[in-house]
Design a protein around this ligand. Structure first.
Ligand SMILES: NC(=O)c1ccc[n+]([C@@H]2O[C@H](COP(=O)([O-])OP(=O)(O)OC[C@H]3O[C@@H](n4cnc5c(N)ncnc54)[C@H](O)[C@@H]3O)[C@@H](O)[C@H]2O)c1
Length: 339
């Protein structure tokens, strides 16, 4: 950190994630908030958020803060992460980038390499890793408490209701893709992290006719473990995971952060994971305070760019291998006739 003891941070992109998480989390760090710069091309977002949170200043073009910011949080639509991230990293400015780090692994590598070259930090918000029950799964698998994993299932079924400002999630833009690139960033990261590396994609299908997919199924394999990831923005089904290991099965609900169910020797028991992290806002506070400490060179990033590269490679592979899923309720010929 160079210019002042309290870093000047620019929050680039003042959409839904900025409003729901970053600003409430940064509000618990008043000195940081006083020096915060809001950046968004949409002036009504700047007016709305600065009315609620008094900040240092607000600007519409991120290039205006290149000589002022000690660190930037990139909360822009996914297709802009690499472009904007490189501009700051190349000036040696630490970046905290929202997930997915980039629209593909090639761009993620450029960001990681630039941070390395400029000896600065690329922090990534893949901090579902610090949610207690997910972290406990990692610990149980890494220590082989129940032997090696044999079968993994990860299911996300939630109707899309995120209050996006730009609506970029459903723009027919290949940089965004759909549920697998977006919501799947956390799920795929868990899978790669839990298994100790990138699995091979065995099969992949989705419901895309060219635009963003809303349903995706991916089968994968790593060492002795075969797995399946099922994701849908159309179906409201329990979001959960299960991992069958040699000696027991570990199960959890995605949003029940403190609890795992362990089935062993024909009996089920609860494993409660004690932690001060109970909500997404608790996670956001951890992200914010870690990033400030990273800028001040007092802490290492909780999760950095290179930690998540394999998960982006897995996602790329799943898109490359994807075929149109079987949708017997949907007659493709009729759609073509209409078009
Ligand atoms: N970590 C998580 O769990 C999580 C949850 C939701 C979103 N996200 C990620 O956060 C990022 C932002 O998502 P969101 O839902 O907040 O998006 P959003 O559509 O709500 O907001 C995007 C904002 O960026 C602004 N913007 C667009 N182009 C710009 C430019 N060139 N310069 C300045 N501002 C510009 C828009 O005006 C808008 O206010 C995405 O990458 C998304 O994947 C992560």
């Amino acid at each position: 950190m160079t210019r002042s003891k309290v870093p000047h941070i620019a929050l680039i992109g003042c959409g839904a994630i900025a409003e729901e998480y970053y600003l409430p989390a940064l509000a618990s760090l008043p000195e940081i908030m006083e020096n915060l710069i809001l950046v968004d091309e949409n002036p009504s977002r700047l007016d709305k958020l600065s009315a609620k949170y008094p900040v240092r200043r607000k600007v519409r073009d991120y290039r205006e803060v290149q000589n002022e910011a000690d660190g930037v949080i990139i909360a822009l639509p996914t297709g802009l992460h690499a472009l904007v991230g490189v501009e700051f990293l190349s000036r040696g400015i630490p970046v905290l980038c929202e997930k997915p780090l980039a629209e593909d692994a090639a761009r993620a590598r450029i960001l990681i390499e630039m941070a390395h070259q400029k000896e600065t930090e690329l922090v990534v918000n893949y901090l579902q890793r610090i949610i207690p029950h997910f972290a406990m799964v990692k610990q149980l698998l890494a220590s082989k408490t129940f032997g090696s994993p044999l079968k993994m299932e990860y299911v996300i079924g939630e109707i899309f209701n995120w209050p996006t400002v730009s609506g970029f999630y459903f723009k027919s833009d290949p940089s965004t893709r759909g549920i697998l690139r977006d919501r799947g960033a956390h799920a795929v990261d868990h899978i790669c992290w839990w298994l100790g590396g990138k699995p091979t994609v065995i099969s992949s299908c989705n419901d895309s006719f060219g635009g963003s997919e809303a349903v995706a199924h991916v089968e994968f394999e790593r060492d002795s473990c075969k797995g399946k990831l099922v994701m849908s923005w159309f179906a409201d089904v329990p979001c959960r995971f299960s991992i069958e290991c040699e000696k027991a099965t570990i199960e959890g609900e995605i949003y029940d952060y403190q609890k795992l169910i362990i089935s062993e020797n024909g009996r089920k028991r609860e494993m409660i994971v004690e932690s001060p992290i109970h909500t997404k806002l608790d996670v956001a506070r951890e992200i914010a305070s870690n990033f400030v400490a990273v800028i001040q060179k007092e802490e290492r990033p909780l999760v950095c760019g290179s930690d998540v590269l394999e998960s982006i490679e897995f996602t790329d592979e799943a898109y490359e291998k994807a075929r149109l899923m079987n949708m017997p309720w949907y007659r493709f010929e009729e759609v073509q006739d209409v078009a």
